[in-house]
Structure formats: structure tokens, C-alpha cells
Design a protein. Structure first.
Length: 108
């Protein structure tokens, strides 16, 4: 498992390894199906380790970009291996996940 560079100085560190790749693919497919996202959407999922006091030690972040390039962000405060369908908000909640401004969003 290797860490990726910090995101914009936010104190977040990505976690990567073969298991995370499989879990990321599983979770990206789950997010795509759950929100009924078409093939023109981009979905990426990652576990992030936060170095900022008060943040959960590991959180899962799903980033989605619609066909018009608008970003959406979903955060689940548990490792990707533990995230399932019950952790996702209802499908109608997608507009509330719109990420206005900085997609990084800092911690928490």
C-alpha cells in the first residue's frame, strides 16, 4: 500500500494497493447503479487518510462528474471495504451532493 501526494495541502492522503483497486471498482459500480448514472458520467472512488485533527482516520470519497462536467461528492466516514448500499443516501439526494467550488473540500 502506498500513499499518493497530499491533495492541495488539505492534509488528505490517498491509500492505494491492489485490494483498494478492487474495492474502488466495486464501489464505483455500486454508486453508478444506485444513482442510475449513465455511461456519460465519470465516477472515481478512493479511501483517504486525513492528517488533520478531528477528521475520521479513513474516509471513502466518491467523486462523480455529470455529462456537463458538474462535480458531485459523496463522503462516507468509513473505509471503502466496509461501505455498502446501506451507506448511500437515497437516489433523489444526488443534487444535494453537488460540489460547489473546491472539489477537494478540505477535511470533514
Amino acid at each position: 500500500m502506498t500513499e499518493q501526494p497530499a491533495n492541495s495541502g488539505s492534509g488528505l492522503r490517498g491509500l492505494r494497493g491492489p485490494a483498494q483497486g478492487r474495492d474502488a471498482a466495486r464501489l464505483a459500480a455500486l454508486v453508478r447503479a444506485h444513482f442510475a448514472l449513465g455511461p456519460d458520467w465519470t465516477v472515481t472512488v478512493a479511501d483517504l487518510r486525513c492528517q488533520v485533527p478531528g477528521c475520521p482516520p479513513v474516509e471513502t470519497v466518491a467523486l462523480m462528474w455529470g455529462p456537463n462536467g458538474a462535480p458531485y461528492r459523496l463522503r462516507v466516514f468509513r473505509p471503502m471495504t466496509q461501505v455498502g448500499a446501506d451507506d448511500l443516501p437515497p437516489r433523489w439526494y444526488l443534487p444535494a451532493l453537488a460540489a460547489a467550488g473546491d472539489i477537494d473540500g478540505g477535511c470533514c
